[in-house]
Design a protein around this ligand. Structure first.
Ligand SMILES: *[C@@H]1O[C@H](CO)[C@@H](O)[C@H](O)[C@H]1NC(C)=O
Length: 126
């Protein structure tokens, strides 16, 4: 059986609000089709930054928001993305994970996390 390797690459999204230097994320994950890929993101900005955004960028596409997570509310998914395919955890203000389940070739791409202080997201949703 032919196994196809997928690479999910991760980077921290820099925003105008923060320089990104105190946010860390799993750098690169190699997975086979059918596996689940989990990405960790954490930051040291403190409890003032409870919001964590997850984005992905597929080859030839723009940046798309998957979900907004907070430690105090249910995850807020964008219409194109489901909690079954992209389950998240947000145990506290400083950390969170995104899982991409049942990987298929089309999931290969760049995944980003970004943290923010409040829901001022317009500059990220271009
Ligand atoms: C992916 O996760 C689901 C449940 O969350 C599990 O049933 C499945 O076995 C996992 N797949 C692999 C390849 O680990």
């Amino acid at each position: 059986m032919l196994k196809c390797s997928l690479v999910l690459s991760f980077a921290v999204l820099h925003t105008d609000l923060t320089d990104g230097s105190d946010v860390t994320q799993t750098p690169k994950l190699w997975k086979n089709e059918g596996e689940n890929g989990t990405i960790d993101c954490s930051h040291t900005k403190g409890v003032d930054y409870p919001q964590m955004y997850w984005y992905r960028q597929l080859p030839g596409e723009g940046l798309k928001q998957i979900v907004l997570t907070t430690s105090y509310n249910k995850p807020d998914y964008q219409p194109d993305f489901s909690k079954e395919k992209f389950p998240v955890t947000k145990p506290d203000a400083a950390s969170g994970t995104l899982t991409v389940k049942d990987l298929v070739a089309e999931d290969k791409g760049l995944y980003f996390c970004a943290v923010s202080k409040h829901s001022d997201t317009d500059s990220l949703n271009r």
